[in-house]
Design a protein around this ligand. Structure first.
Ligand code: 6R9
Length: 668
């Protein structure tokens, strides 16, 4: 392998020279100033002890961190607290019960243009969480029992999570778009006793059923001896549940059991290490991993990072995270972080383009959203539609923008900042994972001069490094593997029921004690700032040269006719792997012209170098994505290698692969 070419190609990605200084107004009043880095470095445990003081503990810890049995960590040892009390009751007790916790916006809009919406104050949230906690107890849920939540983006989803937390029953939220099979494997793996679901939810203007999938999942798990005892059903769409769609022995309506329950409930304080939730995340192969998060450390990490990275001012900000609660971002930055901080936030049920393409921007305008957090994939799809749509709305309330989920191409970053943020707003590109529980690498809006495409540096109290095969830090200007070298409070504690896999997957890659292997490749630029390049399994090897899919995707997206691109390494008899690109053109580019493929190959050649020139470029109408917005390169690799397309069950829209194949057949 030629290190020289690797560096040369990476250098092109890093040619990005634009820098965005923090706006003076944000810098001056920033929650976190530059000193925080040094303070945390001097004494990480002292720093994290200070951060834990943002929470209310019914009993204080006697030791901040117990890492004696690494990689099994204990944080705030001996401390006791209740997560739901911290997210709800304490704000009411402090006289802030009238503050809106959630401006909920449903997808349907009536003929007058009014959305099906609801504002929920902290006092109302407390009332509902207490009722739901009582109802769950009444149904037989005890501390330690697992409860699965399979709901659309409706307030009951948040209430259900907090009710579980309140009674110490770890929840496992399964994304509402997942199939009955995916739900069944999760129910079985964590042996869920109760499932909370709804009749259905609204998606793209139409009700879509959920309850039948729960019924199907129950039959599947019962074949293996696992029994779900109760299913609590929220009425959302009022749709017909069909013949045999209701089992009186198992099913109960949410409104029957929750509305009649008492709104009084005394929260019990649990051990800091009490399990809070299990979140399943798919590995590249094999069965999904149940990532376990516990109470004190997780809540401290979520609350601190939400306050620090978004510079949250709970009295004046209106925050909106567009992630679904079925994803870790929804857990940390829609439920636990914002609510622990007493924030006012927007929660939206539907798709970005329903009933109109500017729906998100209208919500920002109507609710005067100040902080907005979304994913690059969404940003790129808006870029594709053109700026005319967002330009119709007044989004001058925005002061900070966030990005999460995948590397953000410099072009998308600049578009986001310019078109959505009116060139005023810092963009925080936040790197983290289901496993880390909290943001780990990100600019700080009042401190960092942002570079488009770079997540910059680990936040105060977090220690990230880019290392070579031997686990040694690489010099500035070189690439390697992203590792975390110190434990952090919101770290996963294990994989549910599989300590062995936990150790093997995350802690065994490097000989160095306590190095957490994130599975991502990264590069340190000449200033030592970090550029996350994507999963190491997405790294291609072409004629012995290491190439990042992201790097080539960025080059393609920087072409004026390209809206979105996905790159895979396909097997090639000559070069080992060859670069295959799938490209969506911008709407205003039409079909791109006869020479579009040649033009794009030329462009990549120019941007990165001959070695990166795609062997094949396919113009496609859509890309296959998971529900959390990640491109499923595995499926594209199947197409590129002329194989039968594999398992598509985790795709957000399984018809996408048909569209791609049809497009290719018709010679496009
Ligand atoms: C929060 C979340 C984790 C993986 C992670 C990495 C990618 C997330 C990123 C990013 C580059 C960012 N990722 N944020 N890559 N820059 N800002 O997404 O969790 O679903 O577990 O995915 O996503 O590859 O390893 P999760």
């Amino acid at each position: 392998m030629s290190e020289e070419t690797t560096d040369e190609t990476l250098a092109n990605l890093l040619k990005e020279e634009r820098r965005f200084e923090p706006p003076a107004a944000i810098a001056e009043h920033a929650n976190v100033k530059a000193e925080a880095y040094e303070r945390a470095r001097r004494d990480p445990e002292g720093f994290w002890a200070e951060q834990a003081e943002r929470l209310d503990w019914s009993q204080k810890w006697d030791r901040v961190l117990d890492w004696d049995d690494a990689p099994f960590a204990k944080w705030y040892v001996g401390g006791r607290l209740n997560a739901a009390y911290n997210c709800v009751d304490r704000h009411v007790e402090a006289g802030r019960g009238d503050r809106v916790a959630i401006h909920w916006v449903g997808e349907p809009v009536d003929s007058q243009g009014n959305a099906d919406s609801r504002d929920i104050t902290y006092a109302q949230l407390q009332d509902e969480v207490c009722r739901a906690a009582n109802a769950l107890t009444e149904l037989g849920v005890r501390t330690g029992d697992r409860v699965a939540i399979y709901l659309p983006m409706i307030p009951e989803a948040v209430v259900a999570m907090l009710a579980c937390a309140r009674i110490g029953a770890p929840h496992t939220v399964v994304f509402g778009g997942f199939s009955a099979d995916a739900l069944a494997s999760r129910l079985e793996d964590c042996q869920a006793k109760v499932v909370i679901t709804s009749d259905g939810g609204y998606r793209r203007g139409a009700p879509s059923a959920l309850k039948p999938a729960v019924d199907e999942a129950r039959t599947k798990t019962s074949q293996n001896g696992h029994v779900v005892e109760k299913v609590v059903v929220v009425r959302r769409t009022g749709q017909d549940l069909g013949d045999g769609g209701w089992d009186d022995a198992v099913d109960v309506w949410w409104h029957d059991v929750v509305d009649s329950a008492s709104p009084q409930h005394t929260p019990e304080a649990f051990d800091s290490e009490h399990p809070l939730y299990v979140m399943y995340t798919s590995g590249t192969t094999g069965k999904p991993k149940g990532i376990l998060h516990t109470t004190g450390g997780y809540l401290t990490g979520a609350a601190y990072t939400h306050w620090a990275v978004f510079d949250l001012k709970p009295e004046t900000d209106v925050y909106w995270c567009s992630a679904d609660i079925g994803w870790v971002t929804g857990h940390s930055y829609l439920v636990y972080g914002p609510l622990a901080n007493g924030a006012t936030q927007v929660m939206y049920e539907g798709t970005p383009d329903s009933p109109e393409r500017g729906r998100w921007w209208k919500i920002i305008q109507d609710y005067q959203v100040t902080i907005f957090y979304t994913a690059p994939t969404a940003i790129r799809s808006f870029m594709k539609q053109g700026r005319e749509i967002p330009d119709k709305y007044d989004m001058s309330s925005l002061r900070i923008l966030g990005s999460v989920g995948e590397p953000i191409n410099p072009e998308a970053y600049v578009w986001y900042r310019h078109v959505i943020g009116g060139d005023r707003t810092p963009v925080v590109d936040t790197w983290w994972q289901t496993e880390t529980g909290m943001i780990m690498i990100s600019p700080l809006p009042g401190v960092t001069a942002g570079k488009p495409g770079s997540a910059m540096t680990s936040i105060p109290g977090v220690s990230a490094e880019v290392v070579n095969e031997a686990g040694e830090p690489v010099p500035n200007g070189s690439g390697g593997y992203l590792v975390l070298t110190q434990p952090w409070p919101a770290m996963l504690r294990t994989i549910w029921g599989d300590d062995e896999r936990f150790r093997d997957t995350y802690w065994s890659r490097f000989a160095q004690e306590g190095f957490y292997f994130a599975g991502d490749g990264a590069k340190k630029d000449d200033d030592g700032d970090i550029w996350v390049l994507g999963r190491v399994d997405d790294v291609m090897n072409v004629s012995g040269h290491r190439l990042s899919t992201t790097e080539i995707e960025s080059a393609l997206v920087s072409h004026p006719k390209v809206a979105e691109a996905a790159v895979v390494g396909a097997k090639d008899a000559d070069t080992g792997q060859a670069v295959c690109a799938f490209v969506i053109l911008r709407e205003d580019a039409g079909d791109g012209g006869d020479d579009i493929v040649k033009e794009l190959r030329q462009h990549v050649r120019k941007e990165i170098g001959p070695i990166a020139t795609p062997r094949q470029i396919m113009i496609v109408p859509e890309l296959p994505k998971t529900r959390s917005g990640k491109i499923m390169r595995r499926l594209l690799r199947d197409v590129a290698e002329n194989r039968e397309v594999g398992d598509v069950t985790t795709l957000a829209d399984s018809s996408v692969m048909d569209l791609i194949s049809q497009g290719l057949d018709s010679g496009k």
